[in-house]
Design a protein around this ligand. Structure first.
Ligand code: PGA
Length: 259
């Protein structure tokens, strides 16, 4: 199912996690803004911490760079101390939101059930959701990778109409590769991405599945990005540690440009 790879614009998103003060974030945004002419064939986004999201959005959103929340609540408001709504992200300048990152699943109790509510809430607010999925090392060792990915997709998309699903982005991030320096081989990643696209086809139909961008994440660096992005079902990357320095982020984004 690779015929439509050309229809999917390459996409590279940086996830800053819990890094950068406001001054550092603005400096990065300005430096990236000055490099955008090198990257006009690649869709870009940055997911800053909430405290500097508006500053980053002020600089980058008018230039067409996506700005993403790292999480949000599905409810439209309420007594949920420490949480923000999708509408609050929009109000701060966000264009999208990461949902279901493995750190939120493993360390902060994010459940498939909550994600089933968050995807439609994000879409209703006009945000582009990036649904993060991935297997643990134990699941891979036990041959459970495909079943785990399918279950996460089914749960995440449970309340999303097929017609809306084309605007969703999926990030395949094997948990054992995040922040560990261990990267999936291009063959391992391609196999997982092909499986993800087949599961998406079963859920939302071939045509929509062929339009959904599936990003790889997990220790992507300037030195390994090109071989990963060359795989037919890998449409770009979700970058953690290497997205903290403009030079590395630009190099990785350049590796996603069509050749
Ligand atoms: P990493 O993180 O690139 O630092 O492995 C990726 C992610 O968690 O999105």
């Amino acid at each position: 199912m690779t015929d439509d790879a050309d229809a999917r614009a390459p996409y590279v998103a940086g996830n800053w996690k819990m890094h950068k003060l406001r001054g550092e974030a603005t400096a990065f945004a300005l430096a990236l803004a000055a490099r955008l002419d090198e990257l006009d064939e690649v869709d870009l986004a940055i997911a800053p911490p909430l405290t500097c999201l508006a500053e980053v959005a002020d600089v980058l959103a008018p230039l067409g760079v996506g700005v993403l929340g790292q999480n949000a609540h599905a409810a439209a408001g309420g007594a949920f101390t420490g949480e923000v709504t999708m509408a609050m992200l929009v109000d701060a300048g966000a264009t999208g939101v990461l949902l279901g990152h493995s750190e939120r699943r493993q360390l902060h109790g994010e459940t498939d059930g909550a994600l089933a509510e968050k995807l439609p809430a994000a879409l209703a607010a006009g945000l582009e959701p990036i649904l993060c999925i991935g297997e643990t090392e134990a699941e891979r060792d036990h041959g459970a990778t495909e079943a785990r990915l399918a279950a996460q997709l089914e749960a995440g998309l449970a309340n999303v109409a097929a017609a809306q699903a084309a605007t969703i982005v999926v990030a395949y991030e094997p948990v054992w590769a995040i922040g560990t320096g261990k990267t999936a081989t291009p063959e391992q990643a391609q196999a997982a991405h092909a499986h993800i696209r087949a599961v998406l086809a079963a859920l939302v139909g071939d045509e929509v599945a062929a339009l959904i961008r599936v990003l790889y994440g997990g220790s992507v660096k300037p030195s390994n990005a090109a071989e990963l992005f060359a795989q037919p079902d890998i449409d770009g990357g979700l970058i953690g540690g290497a997205a903290l320095a403009v030079e590395d982020f630009v190099a990785i984004a350049a590796a996603a440009a069509p050749r």
